[in-house]
Design a protein around this ligand. Structure first.
Ligand code: 7PJ
Length: 280
């Protein structure tokens, strides 16, 4: 299985680690972004050094209840980091839902659009379809970031997530986006209760049946806090456990904050996978 992106055709026969790079504003109010750009780039380099296979740049927090970031501010944070990140030798994904941002980052050479809205914002599907080869991660979200945890989804999450992802995928195919460019993401935590998030892991095989590579992000999320009682600063072990379980159950890409421990854990998974060490 492969994931086609702008510059790279990613071989998913081994699990891939997507490292999260949050570009947060400068604490200095000089109107510039020099310090945050330097910090984000240092973080990119560190994650690649730790074995990240993909970098995911995000300038707007999509944590529950976070305020939106205006377009110009998002661009000003992202673009200088993206230019440099593109020189690091790994695919670069941009976490955005705004069509203007997508067009601009794709023109600059971004490899993947990672959209928590699954291209449902105006112009977003056009921006991806107009590009001949970029990868796209389509994520399920119930409701919208500002309010989703106030009114989480009802019932069995698995068929709802699958039905939603099928729908947005078909719409993209109709616009000429090739199958190999698309990854699916169940959207852990996005308008879902812990029990629903865990059902998406327990029954991950039901999401795999459509044949799209699964990308999942459990890293530090509140459902891990719900079952362990641990605050976000102490969720490394639960996050790595969830990443390994997701891969064991067929996910191909894990989106994580803690790249080095995840890479180490997945090396054990690779060494021990069925078929390892079997003579041809
Ligand atoms: C996800 C994401 C996720 C994808 C965020 C956080 C919240 N993109 N962006 N999947 N989560 N594709 O990292 O805690 O789960 S922001």
């Amino acid at each position: 299985m492969f994931w086609q992106t702008s510059r790279f055709r990613l071989d998913l026969s081994r699990p891939r680690v997507m490292g999260i790079v949050n570009i947060t504003p400068d604490s200095f109010s000089d109107g510039g972004h020099f310090a945050s750009t330097r910090a984000a780039l240092a973080h990119c380099e560190q994650l690649v050094g730790q074995g990240a296979d993909i970098l995911d740049l995000g300038a707007e927090s999509t944590r529950p209840g976070s305020p939106p970031v205006p377009l110009e501010e998002e661009r000003a944070r992202l673009i200088p980091v993206l230019r440099e990140a593109l020189t690091l030798g790994v695919p670069v994904s941009v976490d955005t839902y705004k069509a203007e941002v997508m067009r601009e980052v794709l023109d600059l050479g971004a490899d993947i659009v990672n959209d928590i809205w699954a291209l449902r914002q105006p112009g977003a599907a056009d921006a991806v379809a107009a590009h001949g080869s970029c990868g796209v991660c389509l994520m399920h979200m119930h409701g919208e970031p500002q309010t989703m945890q106030l009114a989480p989804m009802d019932g069995d999450a698995v068929p709802q997530v699958r039905g939603f992802l099928r729908g947005v995928t078909e719409a993209l195919h109709a616009r000429g986006v090739a199958r190999e460019r698309i990854a699916w993401d169940p959207g852990v935590g996005f308008g879902k209760m812990p029990v629903q998030n865990f059902s998406l892991l327990a029954r991950q095989h039901e999401l795999l049946a459509d044949g799209y590579p699964l990308l999942v992000g459990w890293s530090r999320k509140s459902s891990l806090g719900a079952v362990t009682g641990l605050p976000v600063s102490e969720r490394l072990v639960p996050s790595v456990a969830a990443a390994v379980l997701a891969v064991e159950r067929g996910a191909r890409i894990v989106r994580v904050h803690d790249v080095a421990p995840t890479v180490a854990a997945l090396k054990v998974w690779v060494a021990a996978r069925p078929g390892a060490g079997t003579p041809d």
